[in-house]
Ligand binder design. Structure first.
Ligand code: MEV
Length: 429
């Protein structure tokens, strides 16, 4: 039996009651009643589990889980679970994904999931000679590393290669050995750190030096994700908007002050999915910024160009160290459900989806900035929340939003007045 054909193009998703949204997502992803109940009950992580996850636990803190719609990635429709505290982000991602699906959608690719472990060695005499000795013992060293993680090896991963670097530092020269490890579906920090620690005595013996640090590098430049989308000029609002987006992109490429904010917009999307799937989001952010500065000057992680036809072509490239096995991903009940909603089967697939969300989020942000600015959309959403809080329901919501926005005073007291008046008119009419 073939897979059910499902569309993530859901117009007016944001206007539906929460229960209805949940029902649509449950049907799309084939969630069980139990999983639906975990989402409905707001968090799903019991205090006992929380107490085993970190130290000194005294309670828990919930964040909203939203779902971005309209994504088409490599020809497949996806719903995107996003966890964050900032309004507008989920709406913006859905909006950009709608523009992008009018072309061919977003295409993604990725490298093998290779992480780097670093072993710092001090006091090495004749470093060139010792580096050669290390490299000639490579097979033996990799074998020793792989003995630490037979499961990773069984699933096709493991230590792959060794590189030697020389650094000049404030405390003198040092040798740094890089252990390259294919982490398959794990984020890999545990596997890599264990391997590096185990290798230390052997490396000391070969080099005659003193090993100090043994730790993964978060500059995961061997574990890259790429996302690309061709967006028709009509979909973004015409050629002038295309030019504006290209100029916004060029600004971020040329200026670190702008690039930091531009990349923050990308990370709005990436990290929201990372949180929903319980990834080590600090590792992703550290990797993203370090990669953005790899040329020696901090720059943008995306680039938008105009095609000869006047359309928009966007590309993103960034490290994406994520896992679908191990860590909190398999412990947190909501993270497990988020992976099911995403429908990803491997860490690479997850990484590629996250790259696609980053590219869409970036398009939404710079399109808004290059046109009306971001405050207008933001205030509309705020107005919507206010009128609902003030008791508006059904068709009255849109009417009340229009009135509140055009009044220019988007405040709760004004929302109460507007809703009261519209309800009165409705009842008397
Ligand atoms: C706000 O969270 C993100 C933006 O500042 C990103 C950008 O400036 O590109 C809108």
């Amino acid at each position: 039996m073939g897979e059910k054909v499902r569309s993530s193009r859901i117009s007016g998703f944001y206007k539906l009651p929460r229960e209805e949204r949940l029902r649509i997502v449950a049907e799309f992803a084939g969630l069980s009643e139990e999983e639906v109940e975990v989402l409905r009950s707001g968090g799903g992580l019991g205090i006992e589990t929380a107490d085993r996850m970190i130290e000194n636990v005294i309670g828990m803190m919930a964040y909203p889980l939203g779902v971005a719609v309209n994504f088409r990635i490599n020809g497949r429709d996806r719903l995107i679970p996003m966890v964050l505290e900032e309004p507008s982000v989920v709406a913006a991602a859905s909006n950009a994904a709608r523009m992008m699906r009018e072309g061919e959608g977003i295409r993604t690719s990725s490298t093998e999931p290779v992480m780097i472990g670093q072993i710092q060695i001090l006091k090495v005499e004749n470093p060139q000679e010792k580096a050669e000795a290390l490299l000639s013992a490579k097979e033996e060293i990799l074998e020793l590393a792989n003995q630490q993680d037979p499961i990773l090896v069984k699933f096709g991963g493991g230590a792959r290669d060794l590189e030697v670097r020389f650094l000049d530092s404030r405390v003198g020269p040092m040798m740094v050995v890089h252990l390259l490890v294919d982490c398959r579906d794990a984020m890999g920090a545990n596997a890599v750190n264990t391997m590096c620690e185990v290798l230390a005595p052997k490396l000391e013996k070969i080099t005659g030096g003193k090993v100090l640090l043994r730790i993964i590098s978060n500059l995961a430049d061997r574990r890259l994700v790429r996302a690309e989308a061709l967006v028709r000029k009509e979909a973004v609002g015409g050629e002038e908007v295309v030019d504006g987006i290209v100029a916004a992109s060029a600004f971020a490429e040329a200026d670190p002050y702008r690039a930091a904010t531009h990349n923050k917009g990308i990370l709005n999307g990436v990290i929201a999915v990372a949180l929903a799937t319980a990834q080590d989001h600090r590792a992703i952010e550290a990797g993203a910024h370090a990669y953005a500065a790899r040329s020696g000057r901090y720059t943008a992680l995306t680039r938008w160009e105009k095609t000869p036809e006047g359309d928009l072509l966007g590309r993103l490239e960034m490290p994406m160290a994520v896992g679908t096995v191990g860590g909190a991903t398999r412990v947190h009940p909501v993270a497990k459900i988020a992976l099911k909603i995403l429908g990803v089967k491997s860490a690479r697939e997850l990484a590629e989806v996250m790259g696609a969300v980053g590219l869409a989020q970036n398009l939404a942000a710079i399109r808004a900035l290059a046109t009306e600015g971001i405050q207008r959309g933001h205030m509309r959403l705020h107005a919507r929340n206010l009128v609902i809080m003030a008791g508006a329901e059904g068709a009255l919501v849109d009417k009340a939003v229009e009135e509140l926005v055009s009044s220019g005073e988007i405040r709760f007291d004004r929302a109460v007045e507007v809703v009261k008046r519209l309800k009165g008119a409705q009842n008397s009419g």
